[in-house]
Each structure stands twice: as C-alpha cells, then as structure tokens.
Design a protein around this ligand. Structure first.
Ligand code: SF4
Length: 333
C-alpha cells in the first residue's frame, strides 16, 4: 500500500466497555472460579466474538437455548436479558441460574411489568430479533407492540388510544428514538413513558463522542460486532453527519481504500468491544503512516454495577469468597 496522507488519529471517548458489559464478563469469570464445571452461558454474554472466545478458552460453554443445558447445571443469562418464559423453564429444570442481565435492561423489564399490570398497551421502540427486545417483549406479549421507525406508528392498532405507554431498547440511536417518541405523542397525546427514554448512559455517551469526533475527521472506524446494536448506531450517527464510517471487528478488517485521501481518521468502539482491539487498530494505522494520536473525551464515566446476589450465595455455599473486582478488563488479545 502507498503511504497515506494520514496526519491524525482521533480517539473518541468514552468508547468500549460499559458497566453492564464489564459486570457480565466479571460474572462469567467469577462463576468459572466458584461453580462446579461445566458452566453454561445462554447466548453470547455480550455481542463480541473476541470476548466470547476468550471466555470459552477459560472454560465457559456457550449455548443458544436452555435445552442444550443438562438438568441441575449452572447457567448464566446474558447481559441482554431473557423473557420470563426462559426463567420459568430454568426453574422447572432446577438449573442454577446466575443472571448477568444489565440492571439498566432489568429496569425496562420492570417498567413493562408495571404498565402491563396497570392495563396499558405498550409500544416498545426497538429492533426485532435483538436479544434484549425478545426478552422485554416476553414480559407482556399480549399487550406489547414493537416499532422501529416513526412511520410504523400510523400502522398501530390499539384498543384504547388513551391508555398507551412506550418503552425503548437501551441501545438505540438517540435522535431516531426522539423522532419515534414524537410520532407516538402526536398519535397518542395521553401516552406515558419514562421521563426521557430508556437509552442507557453508555449508549448516549458513545453517540455524543462520535458526534464530536465525526465533525473533526474524514472517516470514522467503529470497532464492534455486526450484531452489536450500539456499535451499529455509532456508524449511523457518523454517517448521518456526513462522515463515512465503517464497522470493523478488528484491525484485520481495515480496508486501505477507506483511508485514501483522509487526513484524519476517527476510531471508536461499541460498548461490547475490549480496549485491546482499539489499541491494535491504532497500532495498525500507525504502521501505515506516522499520524499523531489525539483523544477527544466528551464525558467521564464512573458507573459500576454490583454483582448478582445469587453469585455471592453460590460462593458462600461453596465455602469461597468472591475475589475483589479489579475494574480492569480481564479479556485480552
Ligand atoms: S449498553 Fe447500556 S444497557 Fe447495554 S449492557 Fe451496557 S450499560 Fe447496560
């Protein structure tokens, strides 16, 4: 490849792991230390192949459905949450469950349960087939409708338009979601919902960082998995701002033609992406040119979630003490 005119690599911050992902990975690692093996994980613990492979190498068994888990075994639910039907099935099978659902996803489940109990029809703004949406819809399947775009609002058939509530997936585009909620308010003036929306702090902060960086670079690389909702939204945010953006799994996906003529390249990572992948991408770019690295940080994050009670109980039952959480990311390349 010919020398690039690249002069600067701009790193977006915050980027990468959020508190929910950090906690979910810790849960699997701790369960592998205190629970009898094999330890099963239902679905990808977080949407990142590198994370899953690193945990698999440490002994975790990833399955798609509970039927692949033997009776009485230990199973961990992923950060995206599960529907009540999965919990019931796990209980019926006497599985030892450790729930790694992000507390911010659980909050949306609890809102769904409350609105359903109060007789509301619930409109969930989200993406069909995403694990989180499947789990949330399962809380009230008879009274919940899914929409993804403002145009979907007109197609809704609701029994009582004065008794409608909305909820949102945690990893949506802030701007697109606002458009959906405005369309819902126009159609259902009495609609109720969370104070703002359910988009989590990490998703909002990473999108805010991309908005700043996209305005300063010629192209933006987003490191994340194709099935990671929040990583895909980062690509969209940049693209909407007119800055071409590409989703890559790791440094091997970088295509030189994307960088041709670019003086500044931005780099960020979705909430499931380990930081070592960011370092590798920056190193790969620096091998192609002598660009300086600059970091743009729009907000500090200090969110940290506690471990699930059942994990502490299991450790206690096994006569073990949970090791302190370092806060360092244990997954590495
Ligand atoms: S992206 Fe948000 S909702 Fe999802 S795991 Fe991270 S903090 Fe939780």
């Amino acid at each position: 490849m010919t020398a690039l005119p690249l002069q600067q690599i701009v790193l977006a911050g915050p980027r990468g792991f959020c508190a929910g992902v950090d906690r979910a990975i810790d849960i699997v690692e701790l369960a592998l230390q205190i629970c009898p093996h094999p330890v099963y994980v239902r679905k990808e613990i977080v949407h990142n192949r590198h994370v899953v492979e690193a945990l698999r190498a440490k002994g975790a068994h990833f399955v798609d459905e509970l039927r692949e888990v033997p009776d009485n075994a230990t199973v961990i639910f992923s950060a995206h949450g599960v529907s009540p039907a999965v919990r019931v099935e796990a209980q019926r099978r006497a599985l030892r469950v450790i729930d790694a659902t992000c507390p911010l996803v659980t909050k949306v489940h609890l809102e769904a349960i409350r609105y359903a109990r109060e007789g509301y029809t619930i409109i969930l703004v989200g993406h069909a087939d995403h694990d989180e949406v499947v789990g949330t819809m399962g809380e009230a399947p008879d009274r919940m409708f899914l929409i993804a775009h403002p145009e979907d609002v007109d197609k809704l058939k609701v029994a009582d338009p004065t008794k409608v509530a909305y909820l949102t997936q945690t990893t949506l585009s802030v701007d697109d979601t606002r458009d959906c909620i405005e369309a819902l308010r126009r159609r259902f003036p009495k609609i109720v919902g969370p104070t703002k929306n359910d988009i989590c702090y990490a998703t909002q902060n990473r999108q805010a960082a991309v908005k700043t960086v996209a305005g300063e670079v010629d192209v933006l690389l987003v490191i994340g998995a194709a099935n990671s909702s929040n990583a895909n939204r980062l690509v969209e945010v940049s693209t909407v701002m007119g800055t071409p953006s590409y989703l890559i799994n790791d440094k091997n996906d970088i295509r030189p033609e994307w960088l041709e003529g670019a003086a500044r390249v931005g780099v960020t990572a979705g909430a499931s992406t380990p930081e070592f992948l960011v370092s590798e991408v920056v190193e790969a770019l620096r091998l192609l040119c002598s660009a300086a690295v600059r970091e743009v940080h729009v907000v500090e994050e200090d969110v940290r979630f506690g471990l699930p009670r059942e994990l502490e109980d299991m450790a206690h039952g096994a006569g073990k003490t949970l090791p302190p959480r370092s806060g360092a990311v244990a997954v590495s390349g």
